[in-house]
Design a protein around this ligand. Structure first.
Ligand code: FEO
Length: 396
């Protein structure tokens, strides 16, 4: 990955790995790093770069770009998205090639001026507009809110490559091959779903609109700006996006608890026992204080049943549970079944708050809703087990 990699006819990957940033957007952990994929197409009459990379990677990007250009000048930069992980080096490209033309849509331009002071030499495109590079004709399609209002994708009608920017992206730096046929699916799918749940999932209804728009294109390859480049699993990747954006999930359960002294944890374990009695084989038990929310969101997206159990803290939800509920409310997951339980000692609060959350998130709640005083009795644990069993049976 220290060199430009040919990714199709006249098409080069010139991206970089980032193994230094510990949190994407300073929010989401990156234990496996992240890749910023950028591309160059060498036409007979013009050359085009598609997106750049994050600012600190200038030298590495620039070296690969020059390798791919092989002595040609750079004529165009397509800006699919203005977020600085892809648009970080626009000013530097302008300094190197003063005649460079910048291609974006109407919503790109104020951001281009704001971040880089560029308002000349711009070409504003709209849906369906094309650019002929000689031997390659690019077509542009806006995909607003995937991941911000100005986002768009670029399709090479000659090679069938969709440069999809954030859409179809995933966390994780490249390790060895950059293409899907060079790694097992498990190496990309989990981190792609975590990326989806954290970054894209809030806009799932818009993903459906975008998928319909993109279905008119004869897509043979999907090259996103993060993560794996797809040249083999195209149908599968599109189908995953279709499934995730429709909130279609698998038979399985996520049980998340917030517990200070272990009492609510024991209730959660009893819920898991109930799920197991109902023959649910995929049960994930998480301590909300010790699991990053991105992994919780990923698995909540993946599985149909969700149990939330919280102790009471200052008459309300335990703070990390409150933060998780807030993240779920901003994403409004659908087609899930919910189980709720709370515990309290000096004053009630957690279960009532969870019930308020359930009302707002509009998910089906399975009985019994369990409320426990101090530490759970055998009878309390039996109720939690019953809740797990009912959740499991509702999955059948
Ligand atoms: Fe990868 Fe929305 O930037």
């Amino acid at each position: 990955m220290y060199k430009a990699i040919q990714a199709g006819k006249d098409t080069w990957w010139v991206g970089v790995n980032d193994k230094e940033t510990d949190k994407f957007e300073s929010l989401w952990p990156l234990p496996q790093g992240v890749a910023y994929n950028a591309y160059v197409i060498i036409g007979t009459t013009a050359t085009v770069a598609i997106d750049t990379v994050k600012g600190p990677y200038l030298d590495e990007y620039y070296n690969k770009l020059l390798q791919a250009l092989n002595g040609r000048t750079l004529n165009y930069l397509v800006i699919n998205h203005m977020e600085p992980d892809h648009a970080g080096l626009i000013s530097q490209l302008k300094a190197k090639w003063p005649a460079l033309k910048f291609i974006g849509n109407a919503k790109t331009m104020p951001l281009l001026k704001g971040y880089h002071g560029i308002s000349d030499d711009v070409i504003t495109v709209k849906d369906g507009d094309t650019l002929d590079l000689g031997g390659h004709v690019l077509k542009f399609a806006t995909v607003p809110m995937l991941h911000w209002p100005e986002s768009m994708v670029t399709f090479d009608t000659t090679t069938g490559i969709l440069f999809s920017n954030d859409s179809f992206g995933g966390f994780g730096a490249h390790e060895g091959g950059i293409f899907d046929d060079e790694k097992t699916n498990s190496r990309w799918e989990d981190e792609m779903l975590r990326y989806y749940a954290c970054i894209v999932g809030k806009y799932s209804n818009i993903v459906q609109v975008a998928l319909k728009k993109l279905s008119a294109l004869n897509i043979e390859y999907i090259y996103p700006s993060h993560g794996t480049l797809f040249r083999e699993n195209i149908k599968q990747v599109i189908s995953l996006y279709d499934k995730w954006s429709k909130f279609e999930s698998e038979k399985g359960a996520v049980v998340v608890y917030g517990s200070m002294y272990g009492n609510t944890r024991r209730m959660a374990e009893a819920v898991c026992t109930g799920l197991s009695k109902a023959k649910v084989k995929d049960v994930r038990l998480y301590d909300v204080s010790r699991t990053d929310p991105s992994y919780l969101l990923r698995d909540i997206w993946k599985f149909k049943a969700l149990a939330l159990l919280s102790c009471t803290y200052n008459t309300q939800l335990y703070p990390p549970m409150e933060a998780l509920c807030s993240k779920l409310l901003s994403r409004m997951p659908k087609n899930k079944i919910l189980g709720l339980a709370g515990s309290y000692s000096w004053s009630k609060g957690a279960l009532t708050a969870l019930q308020g959350f359930a009302e707002k998130v509009k998910l089906e709640v399975v009985d019994p809703q369990v409320e426990v005083f101090t530490s759970p009795t055998e009878e309390d644990l039996q109720k939690c087990c019953e809740l797990g069993q009912n959740l499991g049976e509702a999955l059948a």
